[in-house]
Design a protein. Structure first.
Lengths: 446, 446
């Protein structure tokens, strides 16, 4: 069937752009069909441009005898990603498609956690020796150009124990005298990445230092590979996506939205939603305690949604700002006191503004005859206004501090999602509101 | 005062890392003091590693006679950023520090919007001509190595009208025969970026194609500059930060959290919070209409927070997932029907789960004697359960569709923040709940 399709279409080529646009809409078999219609040169580039899980899916959808060349097209770090994206049971199958050297490289990469620098690096970098002359180094690097190196634009100067002594860029070599020694030209204050560094931290190093590649070293200073900028752009995207999805109160999807099956999507979302719902049930418990107050003055219930939502909104703001600042390394746990001071100030100001608007709204609607809040409407206004101040202050403060507390306890700050903060603030918001009502309003109208 | 400080500390050098750690805590004068204590070589690197607004601040804090070398250290695209980060009134002053050629370059860059490819590019790229031999091109590019080019690793092949014919990488040149013509070696299917393309789209191109630099062309095909990967890592970070801050319901801060003054921070947050608050006031209006229902059965009020929060939480989930997918180009407006179908399915499933939990909670607490919801407690459970189904379905659907609608209308999808969706869903949630109560519960207990 497939063979026939290829045959009937022989000579007719599918533009790579068309396949790319349609990709998300196709199932595995259709993808294979489309892929076979690409011109050979396009197919290579198309394949290399796919995300790892798409490459895995495509290779495994091809008949076994067609898989080898595609697997071998991949540099070792990408091959490791493809193997990692496959089901446990099929990893050996993929790994066996590689040649011996690559398989050994890939196996050592797979020993690293996927999110570590070691899981991101390529072991194929250009090595030079300190005693080489500049001309020798250029010639030597030029010779390596056809080997599958990640980059030829940096040469890493290693000693006999594979320890990193320095780096020379092609640019440095070109601007130096040909007879000079590499050891005299190389940069020795090299920024290195420990192989166990989290990829988010590696991303920040790149953003700060504008480098094309960073060398990865193990705990004894031996160079293991390089991480290149092209991996990092994707890492930065992925990490931001994870943060955003967690802030929104779901698990990270780990795949494009439209490619996640509806069932899997529901699973990723139901967990948090149920946890939040169980937490939110405390509001029903709290409300149970205030039933008498509501029975005494039903008018109080009118402002419940307004008050708890204001707390939730201000908490969402604060928590997302702090989570992002922590991801970017702008705020650290030791900054907690400064964050607290700032957020208390912000909370007072924001709560004050909303409190005044709330008071004015009640007084104005009463005066204009839109609503009738009874003779004590001004006290109702004061109650709602002060409750808003308290709730917004509390929402802002707890929203800002929660991510810091989570990090301190070893959790991901992004788990302090906007909905989680809103849920936490809802219960407290009710308590604040009904306490204010008991103190200022209810004893008056009773 | 400052001079004395430099003198007394002469010989004592401050490690650049220390200054970097303390940077956020220092005011402008202290930054200048610290900066002067760096070793000259460190100072250059430290300065170039600063964010544009910090560079601007530092230059303007230096005495006028010390400013020139720092401004001239910057490549033209960075110089343009520094000028853009200054107050309108001081831009001319900064621009006058540049040499004539750079000033002309910077002025033409400043004509572009900051977020466009044109505002991001550097005009300094290596030009080669199609009729050159490979050896000539290598020699020619090698000669340009000491000019301040953004990268020497790509040569751009231009015709007499500055139109881009192709690209040769150093790698291509090295692996080609020395006598071959550039025109025969160059890659002609070059991915180019229109000078008016939004930087977010440029970031996506980089993430997809693993390139070190992309050429920027104007509407008539003339090459204007290159955008390099190091600018892009920052762009990708910035765009994600903007998205996250908007999703959290505040304006984008445009500066690190701890460096934004408390007053400015409040301003960035108050706007949206007030808008949301005014929207949320509709809940008070809606609740006003249901006062009678509540008076008839106060028990209904107990579940108000639970129901509206569940709608808000499911809406937050859906909207953040869709916003991020749109930012990454995974979901486009034309996918609206597929998104709708998926979210209806998800909404039914998630709402169904929460509805059942809600029903069970009411029945169980009644049976166990924790609460007394009266003789019609099962009907109350059904009311709450169905309302949850409806509210979650509605929250999910509107949260997912709102970003698509905003994009369709020409707005930023990220404005469909989690708090905005929660606020929209709150009012509808109340209506759904009290409608269910009127149909299923109230006529029964009355």
């Amino acid at each position: 069937m497939n063979d026939q399709l290829v045959e009937t279409n022989f000579g007719e080529r599918l533009p790579a752009e068309d396949l790319k646009d349609a990709w998300r809409l196709l199932d595995s078999a259709e993808r294979v069909d489309g892929f076979r219609l690409l011109a050979p040169a396009d197919a290579h580039e198309f394949f290399l441009g796919l995300a790892a899980h798409d490459q895995t899916d495509l290779i495994l959808s091809l008949p076994p005898n067609e898989r080898r060349p595609w697997m071998r097209l991949l540099p070792p770090d990408d091959a490791a990603d493809v193997i990692q994206a496959a089901d446990e049971a099929r990893r050996g199958e993929l790994s066996s498609l590689l040649d011996d050297i690559s398989r050994r490289e890939v196996t050592s990469l797979l020993a690293y956690a996927e999110d570590d620098a070691g899981g991101l690096m390529s072991p194929r970098f250009a090595r030079v020796r300190p005693e080489m002359s500049v001309d020798e180094a250029i010639t030597y690097m030029r010779k390596q150009v056809n080997e599958k190196l990640e980059t030829i634009y940096y040469g890493y100067v290693l000693d006999g124990q594979q320890r990193l002594l320095g780096v020379v860029s092609f640019r440095d070599l070109f601007s130096a005298k040909g007879a000079a020694k590499v050891a005299d030209v190389m940069k020795t204050d090299v920024i290195t990445v420990p192989d166990t560094m989290d990829q988010e931290a590696v991303g920040r190093l790149f953003a700060e230092h504008d480098l094309m590649a960073l060398p990865v070293v193990d705990s004894s200073g031996r160079m293991k590979g390089i991480v290149t900028f092209d991996d990092i752009v994707q890492v930065v995207q992925e990490e931001a996506t994870e943060d955003i999805q967690k802030i929104g109160g779901s698990e990270a999807l780990d795949a494009p939205y439209l490619e996640v099956g509806v069932g899997a999507m529901i699973k990723k979302r139901a967990g948090w939603l149920i946890v939040l719902f169980l937490g939110e049930m405390l509001t029903a418990t709290a409300m149970g305690h205030f039933e008498e107050e509501i029975a005494a003055a039903v008018v109080l219930s009118i402002f419940i949604p307004l008050i708890i939502s204001s707390g939730g909104n201000s908490g969402s703001q604060a928590t997302t700002l702090v989570i992002r600042a922590m991801s970017l390394g702008e705020v650290r746990v030791r900054d907690w006191f400064r964050v607290m001071r700032r957020e208390i100030a912000s909370g007072f100001a924001l709560g004050g503004i909303l409190g005044v608007i709330g008071f004015v709204r009640i007084a104005l609607w009463q005066k204009m005859g839109v609503n009738d809040y009874g003779p004590d409407y001004l006290w109702l206004g004061v109650t709602v206004g002060l409750a808003l101040l308290g709730v917004v202050l509390w929402g802002t403060l707890s929203g800002a501090m929660l991510p810091l507390a989570l990090r301190r306890l070893g959790f991901d700050p992004a788990s302090a999602s906007a909905p989680l903060v809103a849920t936490l603030v809802d219960v407290t918001g009710l308590v604040i509101y009904f306490s204010a009502a008991a103190a200022l309003y209810l004893n008056r109208s009773a």
